[in-house]
Structure formats: structure tokens, C-alpha cells
Design a protein around this ligand. Structure first.
Ligand code: FAD
Length: 391
């Protein structure tokens, strides 16, 4: 067992830490206030070759894998969860293509992501079907005019990066829409320029502003057979993709918790009350210590999950370990940002400080890509099924 990162990963961590301090940190507040997509940050990621971290070298990426991307996202999320989301979006929609896509799909769609010439988004959720994925009603029917092609109709919602994306990974029912059978859902690559594709309502959200979240409307969209990802009826792909994402979304939580606690600790050493720095109070010191313990516990869970995911261990039997990382790290982000804000008192509530931004940004992490309750359900199932057992 080796708890040390490789030389390459240490180099990556160092480089992304510097980039985050130089380019991301000074922009975080402005992005939140303007709500504008930070193209300059995207360009900085592109220049530093970070957009292809999780993409194999044969398709233009750097092959740093899920662990590499996890480490990079942790650094970026110390200052901006919007910027961290931009990196996450290099994996969420490309995951199913990497897991089950054809060689042609990989060549056509992954290279652009790695090189920063295209962007993608992931369409699973619908207004009536978030946690309950099988409740989706977006429908795909065989196209009578196109051998093996499909016609898609429906509306996806809450899609991160929907407005900026050039292509989408979309899940639709290829059987009756009332069917709850796993082989009733199929994944498709839908290009933004396909006729009938349009971006609908953009959400007004609480945090992580700058990368839009909103609807994608599919109105009689003709999708060629080459754009079916994996097999027709391959719903399992959605779950495999999400399983392999757990450490990556966990990294957004860990980085945020680290950023918040570093910010509040520095403040607590400068702020005096009752003639001493507030950091001299045991009540403050113990909170800092307890968060330090939890951050390191979350990092261990997450790095292990990332390492395992890179080894292909994201099938059913590994689910509880992956879900633990997502659950623990994202709940920690909420807790750490709340405690950090409290440590600053009134100042922490004001926009002059980063704490209120950390606090607003943290909350989405316990909802996206499987809520905390869904993760707990998966962990419990793993234990009850003996996938996780200590005997
Ligand atoms: C900022 C943001 C970005 C997002 N980006 C994307 C994206 O890019 N692509 C995409 O497809 N989706 C995206 N989503 C949607 C997200 O995946 C869903 O919000 C999430 O899956 C939960 O679904 P829901 O909101 O419909 O909640 P519901 O499923 O309606 O759940 C409501 C509440 O009930 C609880 N609950 C539901 N079922 C159970 C259960 N079995 N046991 C216990 N509790 C349960 C949930 O935990 C939650 O607390 C995004 C959401 C947000 C907020």
C-alpha cells in the first residue's frame, strides 16, 4: 500500500495549485457577481492542458485518469466551484463515450474536449425524474427514413453547461415511456447543431454561477445510428458513468472545504475579541481541528475511490466505496462552509468575504449526481448485499 502520490501527480498538483492561485482565485467573486461564463478560465485550463486530463492519450488527452482529474479539481475548488465544474464537465458527458463508445465516437467527440475546441453536457434529469431516473419520458423512436437512426423528443432539465456545450450525452427511453425496465433506456450523442435541438429556460440558481444550468429541448431530433452510445437499452451505462464520477464530484467538496477552512483559520488568527486572537479560544481551535480530521478522511476516501475507478472498479460491487466518497466529501463541504462563515461572524455573512460564496456554492454538491440520500441508499444496499462487509 502506497499513500504517496506519484511524481507526475505531485507535479500536476503543484501546477494546478499555482494556476488556481494566480488565475482562479482573483476571479471567483467577479464570476459569481457577473454570472458570466469565465472564458478566460477555460482558456487558462486549455493552455495548461487540463481539459484532457481524464481523456486517453490516443484521443488527445493526457491520460492522467480519474485520479489526475480529481487532484486538479480539488485544487481549483479551493477558490471557485464554478471553475471546478468546468473541469468536471470534461468527464461527466464523456464518461459514457469512454466506457462504451465506438472508436469513431471517441475519435470524433473526445479529441475536441481534450483540445478545448468543443464542450459537452450531460442530460439525464427531467423535471419529474431526478433521483428516479427510470421516470424519464424523453422518447426515442426508430427513424423510418434512416437505417438504425432514431428520432428524439423530450425536455431535459438542470443541465450544467447546457448553453456552452457543442454536444450532449442524452438518455432517452427506447421502449414504452412507462417502462421501468433497465433495458428501456439508451444513451445518445446529440450535437447542438442537429435540427430540433434548442436550449430552453436557463435556471436562476443559488450558487456556482457562471456555468449555466438549464433545459435542453429535443423536438423531433434525428440522431444517426452512429451516435448511439454502446448498445440500445444500455441504461447500465448511465449508472457506470455516474459511479465513476463519484470521486470527481467529491473533489469539488474537498477543495471547497479546504478553501473555506484555510480562509477562516487565517481570519481567526488576525481577529481579536476579549483582547486575544479568536483562534486562541478552545471552542474555535477544536472546530478547526475537527474539520482538519474530516478533510483528511474525505481525501483518503476520495483518492482511493479515484484510484479504484481508474482500475475499472466502478461496477456494482464497488458502488458503496464510491458513494461514500461523494456523500462524505460533499456533506463536509456544507458543514465546513457553514462553520467557516460562523467563524467570521458578521463579516462572514457579507460579500466582502469568500465565506458566503463558499456557503452558497457548497449546497449544490449534496444534490447533483445523486443526492446524499441516494448515496446513503446505495451504501446501505452494498452492506446489506455484503459488497461491503468486514468479515
Ligand atoms: C446545480 C445543479 C446542476 C445539475 N446538473 C445536472 C446535469 O448536468 N445533468 C443532469 O442530468 N442533472 C443535473 N442536475 C440534476 C440533479 O442530478 C438532480 O437534481 C438530482 O438527481 C436530484 O433529483 P431531483 O432534484 O429531481 O430531486 P428528487 O429526486 O425529487 O428528490 C427530492 C428529495 O427527495 C429525496 N429522495 C428521493 N428519492 C429518495 C429515496 N429513494 N430515498 C431517500 N430520499 C429520497 C432526495 O434525496 C431529495 O432530497 C443538477 C442539479 C443541480 C442543482
Amino acid at each position: 500500500m502506497d499513500f504517496d502520490l506519484s511524481e507526475e501527480l505531485l507535479e500536476l498538483q503543484k501546477a494546478v495549485r499555482k494556476l488556481s492561485q494566480d488565475k482562479v482565485k482573483p476571479r471567483a467573486r467577479e464570476i459569481d457577481t457577473s454570472h458570466e461564463y469565465p472564458q478566460d478560465i477555460f482558456d487558462a485550463f486549455k493552455q495548461a492542458d487540463l481539459l484532457g486530463l481524464c481523456i486517453p492519450t490516443e484521443f488527445g488527452g493526457s491520460g492522467a485518469g480519474i485520479l489526475g482529474l480529481t487532484i486538479a479539481i480539488e485544487e481549483v475548488a479551493k477558490y471557485s466551484n464554478t471553475a471546478a465544474l468546468m473541469l468536471l464537465l470534461t468527464r461527466l458527458p464523456t464518461g459514457p463515450v469512454m466506457i462504451a463508445g465506438s472508436l469513431e465516437q471517441k475519435e470524433k467527440y473526445l479529441r475536441g474536449i481534450a483540445e478545448g475546441t468543443s464542450r459537452a453536457a450531460f442530460g439525464l434529469s427531467e423535471p419529474q425524474a431526478g433521483s428516479d431516473v427510470m421516470g424519464m419520458v424523453t422518447k426515442a423512436v426508430p427513424d423510418p427514413d434512416q437505417d438504425g437512426g432514431w428520432i428524439l423528443n423530450g425536455t431535459k432539465c438542470w443541465m450544467s453547461g447546457v448553453a456552452q456545450a457543442n454536444w450532449y450525452t442524452i438518455f432517452a427511453k427506447t421502449a414504452d415511456i412507462t417502462s421501468r425496465k433497465h433495458d428501456s433506456i439508451t444513451a445518445f450523442i446529440v450535437e447542438r447543431d442537429f435540427e430540433g435541438v434548442s436550449v430552453g429556460r436557463i435556471d436562476k440558481k443559488m450558487g456556482v454561477k457562471g456555468v449555466d444550468t438549464g433545459e435542453l429541448i429535443l423536438d423531433n431530433v434525428r440522431v444517426p445510428k452512429e451516435n448511439v452510445i454502446g448498445e440500445v437499452g444500455g441504461f447500465r451505462l448511465a449508472m457506470l458513468g455516474l459511479n465513476s464520477m463519484r470521486p470527481i464530484v467529491a473533489a469539488r467538496g474537498i477543495g471547497l472545504a479546504e478553501g473555506a477552512i484555510m480562509y477562516a483559520t487565517e481570519y481567526s488568527q488576525q481577529r481579536t475579541a476579549f483582547n486575544m486572537p479568536i483562534s486562541d479560544n478552545q471552542g474555535i481551535r477544536w472546530e478547526i481541528a475537527k474539520l482538519g480530521v474530516e478533510i483528511e478522511a474525505a481525501r483518503l476516501l476520495t483518492y482511493r475511490a479515484a484510484d479504484w475507478a481508474d482500475k475499472g472498479r466502478f461496477t456494482k460491487e464497488w458502488v458503496p466505496f464510491l458513494s461514500m466518497a461523494k456523500y462524505y466529501a460533499t456533506e463536509l463541504a456544507v458543514k465546513a462552509s457553514s462553520l467557516a462563515l460562523q467563524m467570521l461572524g458578521a463579516a462572514g455573512y457579507m460579500e466582502e468575504h469568500m465565506t458566503e460564496l463558499y456557503y452558497r456554492d457548497a449546497k449544490q454538491l449534496t444534490i447533483v449526481e445523486g443526492t446524499s440520500q441516494i448515496q446513503l441508499g446505495l451504501i446501505a444496499k452494498g452492506i446489506l448485499d455484503r459488497d461491503l462487509w468486514w468479515d
